[in-house]
Design a protein around this ligand. Sequence first.
Ligand code: ADP
Ligand code: MG
Length: 264
Amino acid sequence: MTKATSTTGRDMESELAFLTRALKAPALRDAASRLAERAKAESWTHEEYLAACLQREVAARDAHGAEGRIRAARFPSRKSLEDFDFDHQRSVKREAIAHLGTLDFVTAKENVIFLGPPGTGKTHLATGLAIRACQAGHRVAFATAAQWVTRLAEAHEASRLTDELTRLSRIPLIVVDEVGYIPFEPEAANLFFQFVSGRYERASVIVTSNKPFGRWGEVFGDDTVAAAMIDRLVHHAEVISLKGDSYRMRGRDLGRVPAANTGE
Ligand code: ADP
Ligand code: MG
């Protein structure tokens, strides 16, 4: 390389550094010189080189966006579908989860309901699906049923329930974990029903519950409210029932854990 070109090269490098900083595009900056070598070696057209550089920046931004959505969703822990051991959990079909993993249900504004005793993987699968949704660009919010109800009650207190319900109905996927662990007061049951109704055919929910539908009357303190709720949730939904002992007890010679009376 002659002295002249190397000076020009250095000028060009600082110019690119300046421009990519102004564009807030660090991945573009990193890609530009690396890809220039390849472009020369492989005789890319100018357009091919430009597209390759921009693709790097877009990919970096997508990945960053997914991270942000995962953090914003407030998952209790990071669990992926890839980490789920289907050989241990035989009552759920790998194909059924793989199909849900395509996120067609989010696009179709349908629901997913995981039912089963504690420790069978409901929260894990709900989180795994929801993380997929974050990665695919959907906004997600995760909380337990009790936490959602607290949030709604606070909004109600502050006379902004309608706003809150509207805001929540714009989040494409909400996870409601642990329906049934704590029975609802009538006021809470009513708020929860409004929440579910507000999303009906508008946005998706993933619900997990340790109680079969037959016992939701106890959860909501009223069979009619429970029936209306189940109707709304299940109308467009994939219901997946998990069976078996808690995964936490696997391989421990503790004898069988007494099965929770799920009243099925
Ligand atoms: P649930 O919500 O049904 O009570 P979790 O999904 O919280 O159960 O599962 C309990 C723990 O066991 C979690 O740490 C979860 O990641 C793990 N777990 C449960 N089932 C499986 C499985 N089939 N493969 C891998 N990990 C599992
Ligand atoms: Mg759980």
